[in-house]
Design a protein around this ligand. Structure first.
Ligand SMILES: Nc1nc2c(ncn2[C@@H]2O[C@H](COP(=O)(O)OP(=O)(O)OP(=O)(O)O)[C@@H](O)[C@H]2O)c(=O)[nH]1
Ligand SMILES: [Mg+2]
Length: 450
């Protein structure tokens, strides 16, 4: 788990060795949180389980906001020290992202290694990344996270340097101990590596854009599956398209977007599976996965998949988290359908209740296939509602376009004229835009563009 930092943060490795418990299985985590109300640490527990760490206890301090220096207050820390001994815990897991200062102080106060929510999520991502792009993205996120910690460490050592200062005393030459210059070198290396990673990601993104361009050439309407981790997105993709994307009851199983085509009512669509979201998604990850998340922004329709078998409050919170990430990546206004998945896990009363609370939601089960025909119809409707009548004039030299149009529009009327083939068809609005340059008129407004 804490290998997170060493796996990619090469430069910080030697100094962090002391805090790395040996071997995953032997990690016994004690969970802590500063919460305003409630004491639900089940998600943190789930994250730890996914990361292969055992949970041996938990405690919550109710406070408006975490203590700026030590995360928990003095009294609570005292209590926690005893609890850690009792539970024989060898690592403390915090349900928040800690500032470098909080992390350092907490470790010192508890004399136990501390891992925060962000580092746990980064570690899971590191373990689940398979594609070259995914690995680069995770490494970038980890380095950014580590860089902030190095800065923290640096100020700490600087203080030490000042204490053990040379003849000059005070700040100045005397503070320039080997620790500081080493860390400066480390930080420079980390920054260089970050720049190199960004450049490589740009290149990979270039090839993704090429792929997208190819897809655009196919001019197919695209649907993206989005939602909280473990909601069932990959299961649904597999069910609808016969793909074989890995599915597991663990968090962040899918990191690489998979796109498959499927047919609905004579039209071809593209369906994309995406990385799951989570509450307090580390901002480093949002940035690092920007290119991947862009798939979401470019989709014509989003299917927001939720686990309808989750308790009401949790479900609401997960939906809010998804909303907020969608907003962050600029996909907040995309057309969206709410998919209430895992209907098979609900009894009649629960079905009724969840449907009452979310009247627009479509109750389905990706596992049993229940509700999928209705979902297909609904998707078709969504696109149909935005179908536009277009009239195009395709020059004879562009015969390929005609074949494409047949594929997308299914039925179309054609008439051969002196200048080319005149085509009347119904196209999804987004697709119609891609044919704008051939338009004779759109929606019968008589505007001649050719
Ligand atoms: N009972 C039930 N379980 C389901 C259903 N759909 C998915 N699951 C289970 O939910 C778990 C997560 O499914 P995935 O398809 O991997 O979820 P995901 O949204 O792709 O998750 P990430 O890739 O982590 O974001 C698996 O254990 C699935 O078997 C469903 O309709 N009913
Ligand atoms: Mg998945």
């Amino acid at each position: 788990m804490t290998t997170t930092r060493s796996r990619n943060g090469r430069m910080s490795e030697p100094r962090r060795d002391d805090r790395q418990p040996v071997g995953r299985a032997r990690q016994r985590a004690f969970m802590i949180a500063a919460l305003e109300s409630g004491d639900d640490l089940s998600e943190l527990q789930e994250l730890l389980r996914t990361a292969g760490v055992a949970v041996v206890g938990q405690t919550v301090q109710h406070r408006e906001r975490p203590h700026p220096n030590t995360y928990l207050g003095e009294g609570k820390l005292e209590e926690l020290r005893a609890l850690l001994k009792e539970a024989d815990a060898n690592v403390v897991a915090v349900d928040d992202e800690l500032s470098p200062r909080q992390e350092r102080n907490l470790e010192r106060a508890l004399d136990t290694p501390v891992i925060d929510r962000t580092s746990i999520i980064l570690d899971i991502f590191a373990g689940h990344a398979h594609s070259a792009e995914g690995k680069l993205q995770v490494e970038l996120a980890q380095l950014q996270y580590n860089l902030a910690r190095m800065r923290g460490l640096w100020t700490h050592l600087e203080r030490l340097g000042a204490g053990a200062g040379g003849p000059g005393g005070g700040p100045g030459i005397g503070t320039r101990g080997p620790g500081e210059s080493q860390i400066e070198t480390d930080r420079r290396l980390a920054r260089d590596r970050i720049t190199a990673l960004r450049r490589r990601l740009e290149r990979v993104k270039g090839s993704r854009e090429t792929m997208r361009a190819e897809r655009d050439r196919a001019r197919l309407p695209t649907v993206a599956l989005v939602g909280y981790t473990n909601a069932g997105k990959s299961t649904l993709l597999n069910r609808l398209t016969g793909a074989e994307v890995g599915v597991r009851d663990r968090l962040f199983h899918t990191l690489d977007p998979t796109t498959r085509s499927y047919k609905l009512g004579g039209r071809d669509y593209l369906l994309t599976d995406t990385v799951g979201f989570i509450r307090k998604l580390p901002h480093q990850l949002v940035e690092a996965f920007g290119a991947t998340l862009e798939e979401t922004r470019l989709a014509d329709l989003l299917l927001h998949v939720v686990d309808a078998s989750a308790p009401e409050e949790e479900l609401d919170e997960m939906m809010r988290a998804v909303d907020s990430v969608l907003g962050d990546i600029g996909a907040g206004d995309q057309p969206r359908l709410l998919i209430l998945n895992k209907a098979d896990a609900l009894d009649d009363d629960q079905r009724h209740e969840v449907q009452l609370r979310h009247p627009d939601g479509m109750l389905i089960s990706a596992a049993t296939g229940e509700g999928l025909d209705a979902l297909g119809e609904r998707i078709e409707e969504e696109f149909a509602r935005r179908l536009r009548d277009v009239e195009l004039l395709l020059p004879y030299s562009e015969g390929g376009r005609l074949a494409e149009l047949h594929e997308i529009a299914g039925d179309l009327a054609r008439e051969d004229t002196a200048d080319g083939v005149r085509v009347t068809a119904k196209l999804p609005a987004t697709v119609a835009a891609r044919y704008a340059r051939y338009a004779v008129s759109a929606n019968g407004d008589g505007r001649v563009e050719q």
